[in-house]
Ligand binder design. Structure first.
Ligand SMILES: Cc1ncc(COP(=O)(O)O)c(C=O)c1O
Length: 437
């Protein structure tokens, strides 16, 4: 297909949307590498797919068995439902969030979507892009690097605008952390919406409660203009999957739309996303969904309703899922601390959540893409960092000095891969940039 001339004329949107963006384009290279591996055994640390943790799989198996045995089954799979979502799931979420966070949500605050990626697509195009008067409304990503999937959500590429962060550096400890750069960030009448992930894929960063409040206030205070919605991507946040390794307070209300995903809570195949927020925002997104796909599949929603209403999902997230990935991060950082040379300017991003770690190799004498190729020669696959800067218009050397390392392999694989990475990095820095290793 790739080498064959296209037999069909595509619209401008058609050609744009048939391109893979960001990390999905790299995945093609990775799949090809693995396919041609022959007898070689790669340690693949590129995956964003969650691990099948036995307790988590069992929870979903039990929910499925209950659903199959219940009278509800026919109603769930043999009939259409409302665009907003399956009522028992909406009720379970309303009750759980009201109880956990002292909110007073009703069903009008909730929308269920087929995965949260769909939600970002609706929001990016409902609030970003061209107004009826022809002005461009931006989709602002306040802190780059960000989730690569935002790169493909807008029908108008020019609408996406990301900002460079500031860096908190601990040179001695070889650690760093990104922070939003409020001296640069602009949210004004040109902004259609703001999107950010917390915890963040790819870096594991959790921006502070104060920083998030500052962003939502900036977006709310537009003089006598309407507010700008802040789309908060909580794909790794508490209460499920609870992949935060540091304290963080989920925020709700006003112009903030809190967006959950059940993918990292073990259900990526069922595609469940949830928006929680102002009914006015929910109504807009619900109509978008009706036009696009009528409603989300109901099978997974009925399973999720059981897992949430019983309290089991929240319990497993806090007691199993979180520690599973947090332990992997510990293995990774201990191995890097023990093996990476102290005189090389390497900096690991603080591991505050998510299922990835992010390594910055300052003044790397080659590009991130070349380092990715070098690591492949040593049977280790990571993701070059430059794919994680969607919407960043300006050139920035830092973009080519980072890699994302997935925490989805076994402890042994992570330790082995980090030792190999350390020896490759040592060689890379010990020769001139033009020399080959
Ligand atoms: C930050 C972030 N947001 C959204 C998604 C998409 O999740 P979903 O499966 O709910 O569409 C991912 C998936 O990896 C993610 O990392």
């Amino acid at each position: 297909m790739a080498n064959k001339a296209m037999d069909y004329d595509l619209s401008q949107l058609g050609s744009q949307m048939s391109q893979l963006t960001g990390v999905r384009a790299i995945m093609k290279d990775i799949i090809e590498t693995l396919r041609q591996a022959g007898g070689r055994e790669f340690i693949n640390l590129s995956a964003g797919n969650p691990v099948i943790i036995p307790e988590v799989e069992q929870l979903w198996r039990d929910c499925t068995a209950e659903l199959l045995a219940s009278d509800e089954y026919g109603e769930v799979v043999c009939r259409y439902g409302s665009s907003q979502g399956y009522a028992p799931l909406i009720e379970a979420i309303v009750n759980d969030f009201n109880q956990r966070y002292g909110l007073s949500l009703t069903d009008r605050n909730i929308l269920i979507t087929p995965g949260s990626q769909a939600l970002y697509f609706y929001a990016a195009n409902a609030f970003g892009g061209y107004t009826e008067a022809g002005t461009l409304k931006q989709i602002v990503l306040p802190l780059s690097p960000e989730y690569t999937g935002y790169g493909g959500v807008s029908l108008f590429k020019e609408a996406l605008l990301a900002y460079k962060p500031t860096l908190d550096l601990d040179e001695k400890a070889h650690r760093f952390k990104y922070r939003p750069d409020f001296s640069q960030l602009v949210i004004d009448e040109r902004t259609g919406c703001v999107i950010l992930s917390r915890p963040c894929n790819p870096t594991g960063n959790v921006i502070s409660d104060e920083e998030l409040t500052k962003i939502t206030e900036l977006a709310a205070n537009q003089g006598n203009r309407n507010q700008v919605p802040v789309i908060l991507d909580a794909a790794y946040a508490p209460p499920y999957p609870a992949l935060n390794f540091t304290e963080m307070k989920p925020q709700f209300g006003g112009n903030l739309l809190h967006c959950l995903s059940l993918s990292k809570a073990g259900l990526p195949g069922e595609r469940i996303g949830v928006a929680i927020g102002d009914p006015e925002l929910i109504e807009v997104l619900e109509s978008f969904q009706t036009n696009l796909c009528i409603h989300s599949p109901r099978y997974g929603q009925a399973m999720a309703a059981r897992a949430i209403a019983s309290g089991k999902l929240g319990h497993i997230a806090e007691n199993v899922i979180r520690s599973y990935y947090q332990n992997k991060f510990t293995v990774l950082e201990e191995t890097l601390d023990a093996t990476l040379p102290k005189d090389v300017p390497w900096f690991l991003h603080r591991g505050e959540g998510a299922i990835f770690s992010w390594l910055w190799l300052k003044d790397l004498p080659m590009t991130d893409w070349e380092l990715y190729q070098e690591l492949k020669k040593h049977d280790v696959i990571v993701v070059p960092g430059s794919t994680f800067f969607p919407g960043l218009k300006e050139e920035w050397q830092h973009k080519h000095e980072c890699i994302r390392i997935s925490l989805t392999a076994t402890n042994e694989e992570i330790a082995t891969a980090m030792r190999r990475l350390a020896s490759v990095v040592e060689k890379v820095y010990s020769v001139t940039s033009s020399a080959k290793i």
